[in-house]
Ligand binder design. Structure first.
Ligand code: PHE
Length: 329
């Protein structure tokens, strides 16, 4: 019996403790067996031994319970210790990433234009008809409004369909010369592999005295910018139409994937369309009360530039918040 109590005291784990309990009180346990032997005895002897056995069992049980409590307490403390999270610890497993590809490319574009002396401007996402359309030479019922499927709140308010209203706001609040870019979210009712209802644009605007800003300035800055963005690519200007610019052009670069050998991304044309631009239409200047000025403007979709620079082929992956996308960069 003394041995058993000593063993209980020495047990280091709950498992060891349990095996001692079985050794004493299990079906074939030492104490149990002695109780069985009682049956073979009679009279005083039986009574005496039974009393002793009961005392022994109680002593064993109380020591056992006591020890069990203390081991359980120790185990809980150990578990809490193991599970403790020190949020201030630097993790060696922390993965580094460029951040969200859209923001990475947006910042890269901003860096270029800011280094060229362009001022960074912003404007509201909820716009009115005047800033988003009318002042940009898109009067009511103009067919070109159909180019931009608009989310309307009511007749007066809408989600801006491009960043061009920031041009209008900047011209209304400043005097020329103006040299600005405005990055930001834009919205159109579109959703497929290459369109999402919310997307990002960056627009640029330069305005100065009449005769000071020409298409060749525009061509120079865009060619230089596209070489900064995509390395050594060919740049092509294709005549196009935008209501707020005249003349207008769309700009293509030689395909960065097949180097003009022909591939699926460039639809075997060897060219990728990357932005729109032009000389600011006089009607836009009239709308903001500018006279005797000249200017150019350009606009590009950040999603498209990001897909082409980083080789991402499904636009929807930008908005799925899947960490595996970020981990690749
Ligand atoms: N705002 C035009 C669009 O969203 C892009 C653009 C901007 C084109 C400036 C020409 C000049 O499609």
């Amino acid at each position: 019996m003394e041995n058993l109590l000593q063993e209980l005291q020495g047990a280091q784990t709950l498992e060891a403790l349990e095996s001692i309990r079985i050794k004493a009180l299990g079906k074939k346990g030492i104490i149990t067996e002695q109780f069985v032997q009682l049956k073979t005895l009679t009279g005083e002897e039986k009574k005496h031994l039974a009393q002793n056995l009961n005392i022994m069992r109680e002593k064993f049980e109380s020591t056992y319970n006591h020890k069990k409590q203390s081991l359980e307490g120790k185990r809980l403390a150990q578990e809490l210790q193991n599970e403790k999270i020190d949020v201030s610890l630097f993790s060696l497993n922390a993965k580094r990433s460029i951040g969200h590809p859209i923001h990475y490319i947006k910042d890269k574009i901003i860096q270029y234009f800011v280094s060229m002396g362009y001022e960074l401007c912003e404007g509201p996402l909820i716009e009115d008809d005047f800033h988003n359309f009318q002042a940009l030479n898109l009067p009511e019922y103009h067919p070109a409004r159909d180019m931009q499927d608009t989310f309307y709140f009511n007749d007066l308010k809408l989600l801006r369909t491009h960043t061009s209203p920031v041009q209008i706001r900047t011209m209304l609040s400043q005097k020329p010369p103006i040299k600005m870019i405005c990055p930001g979210e834009t919205f159109r009712r579109d959703y497929d592999v290459t369109h999402s209802p919310m997307f990002h644009q960056i627009e640029g605007l330069v305005v100065d005295e009449e005769g000071k800003v020409s298409f060749s300035h525009l061509k120079y800055i865009l060619e230089d910018f596209l070489n900064y963005m995509f390395g050594d690519v060919k740049v092509r200007f294709r005549s196009s139409f935008f209501p707020f610019t005249e003349p207008s052009a769309e700009v293509d670069i030689s395909c960065v994937f097949c180097h003009q050998k022909g591939c699926r991304v460039c639809s075997h044309t060897g060219w990728l369309e990357v932005l729109g631009c032009g000389i600011v239409d006089d009607n836009v200047f009239k709308a903001v009360g500018y006279e005797n000025v000249s200017g150019y403007a350009f606009g590009l979709g950040i999603e498209r530039i990001t897909m082409l620079s980083l080789g991402i082929n499904d636009l929807r992956s930008f908005f799925e918040t899947d960490l595996r996308l970020l981990e690749q960069f």
